[in-house]
Design a protein around this ligand. Structure first.
Ligand code: MN
Length: 259
């Protein structure tokens, strides 16, 4: 009782700030485009039902068209074949939608090399400075890629060889999945894997290893730069789509204001 009341007071007086990590969801929201032989996701779309008109004189509403993996979204383990016996998005316990979050900032490396990959030694160097990755928490991987999210072309950063966007090496993905007790991984890019990850071994290693160990993904995050390296709490709220592999999500962070 006392803790929640203190939380409410701190939210009210600004000692705790709420940072919205969610990208706005609209028809121009970038989506993942797979090689042409694969099925493709829909972009987000509003389909107007009525707007204070003869279809509904006093009300405005829309149908929405969206992929599960459109915009800022949550990857459930069942999204990947390696996690097919794990949770669908509706089965994720609410207690596992909230947790501590840490930020590894490699924006400068990604600016220098859009194919930059996070390696185990980068994470270990971070841990030497900031402490261990949090049990039951999120690792948020800052690459600066959110600055491109208003421009689908710059965001995909593709040439004839495919997209060039930063990610995580296969070795580091395996290590994060198997050797840490993270809840999951959050990224600023269109998916948790690097643009070049279709060519990695295994392909899409973040998806493959995280799903295999029941871990989650959060993508297309914004405002990660506003979070401290440690100490934030992240609330991820995917829709409980029964049988769903993921869902667009509102992702919020609670941050203590510097004294
Ligand atoms: Mn996804």
């Amino acid at each position: 009782m006392a803790i929640l009341s203190e939380l409410v007071t701190a939210l009210h007086d600004g000692r705790i700030q709420v940072v919205d990590l969610t990208s706005p969801l609209h028809a121009g929201t970038p989506i993942l485009e797979l090689p042409a032989q694969f099925g493709q996701t829909n972009p987000f779309q509003l389909q107007e039902i009525s707007r204070y008109d003869d279809r509904g004189p006093a009300w405005y509403w829309n149908n929405i068209v969206t992929g599960e993996h459109t915009g800022t979204h949550f990857d459930a383990p069942v999204h990947w074949v390696t996690g097919k016996d794990h949770e669908d998005v509706s089965q994720v316990l609410p207690e596992r939608l909230m947790g501590p979050a840490v930020v590894i900032d490699r924006a400068q490396d990604a600016a220098d090399d859009p194919d930059f990959l996070l390696e185990i030694e980068h994470v270990q160097a971070w841990e030497a400075e900031h402490g261990a990755l949090p049990d039951g928490g999120w690792l948020l991987y800052r690459t600066g890629w959110d600055a491109r999210s208003h421009d689908a072309q710059a965001y995909a950063n593709a040439d004839e060889a495919g997209p060039h966007t930063p990610g995580i090496s296969a070795g580091c993905a395996k290590w994060l999945a198997e050797e840490t007790s993270l809840l999951g991984l959050g990224v600023e890019t269109v998916g948790t894997d690097a643009g070049a990850a279709p060519g990695f071994d295994p392909m899409f290693p973040c998806h493959a290893f995280l799903a295999a160990t029941g871990k989650y993904g959060l993508t297309q995050l914004q405002n990660v730069a506003r979070l401290p390296a440690t100490g934030a709490v992240v609330i991820a709220s995917p829709l409980p789509i029964v049988g769903g592999s993921g869902s667009p999500a509102r992702v919020l962070a609670l941050v203590e204001r510097d004294a």
